[in-house]
Design a protein around this ligand. Structure first.
Ligand SMILES: Cc1cc2nc3c(=O)[nH]c(=O)nc-3n(C[C@H](O)[C@H](O)[C@H](O)COP(=O)(O)OP(=O)(O)OC[C@H]3O[C@@H](n4cnc5c(N)ncnc54)[C@H](O)[C@@H]3O)c2cc1C
Length: 183
């Protein structure tokens, strides 16, 4: 989905690092030009990025408390994401709006069961980080096609740190079986 009407003011960030965990996913780390602390955010928040004139939303994967950088994972799939893959490198400047959040957690909860599919895993990474931080009981199920496991290692480590259970599935039937078992 694409945000067609950006709602908050534009600022300029600098790309400080780029990783490529899979063929089609790039992780960008963005910081303020002066290296200062960026506005905080809660899990599920997203940043709008000016992707060559097209404003696209990307979920922030960090904890969001007094962040010195924002991290996003971008799947190469269309005009804007392809522009990000092809044009943003370390040292590039990029216009952003936000963060904004329409997917904030219920902080009264103590137990978190997270189900992620494909590139939709990105906000789940932020949620898993928050679960570790707050000491919530954590279970994560991550459904992805074989090579597109961009955040599997990180999620496994977060879940293990929380003493929780991490399950990867590769097919819809497997996912249905796991969800039927758990729910
Ligand atoms: C809150 C939120 C969070 C998000 N978080 C993430 C995230 O963390 N990571 C992420 O990668 N994405 C995320 N997205 C999706 C992201 O905002 C973009 O929608 C995504 O990158 C695709 O945009 P695009 O400009 O690359 O593709 P577009 O050009 O908008 O195309 C979208 C899809 O349509 C297809 N398409 C385009 N033109 C045609 C055509 N003529 N015929 C047939 N098919 C066509 C493209 O192949 C593509 O699959 C998020 C979206 C929202 C709303």
């Amino acid at each position: 989905m694409t945000a067609t009407v950006p709602t908050s003011r534009v600022s300029t960030l600098v790309v400080t690092a780029v990783e490529q965990p899979t063929d089609r996913v790039r992780v960008l780390h963005l910081a303020a030009p002066d290296g200062g602390v960026l506005p905080g955010y809660s899990p599920g928040a997203n940043l709008q990025i000016n992707a060559g004139g097209k404003w696209n939303s990307y979920s922030l994967t960090g904890l969001g408390i007094a962040p010195s950088e924002y991290s996003v994972g971008v799947l190469d799939q269309g005009r804007g994401s392809r522009w990000i893959h092809g044009n943003l490198a370390v040292g590039s400047e990029v216009e952003v709006r936000g963060p904004e959040n329409a997917f904030a957690p219920d902080l009264s909860g103590r137990r978190v069961f997270l189900v992620a599919g494909g590139i939709g895993v990105t906000p789940i990474v932020a949620y898993a980080r928050a679960a570790v931080f707050h000491g919530w009981d954590l279970e994560v199920v991550y459904s992805h096609s074989a090579p597109e496991d961009a955040f599997a290692a990180e999620l496994r480590e977060l879940t293990t740190t929380a003493g929780g259970r991490f399950t990867e599935v590769g097919h819809r039937d497997e996912l249905t079986a796991v969800l039927t078992d758990r729910l």
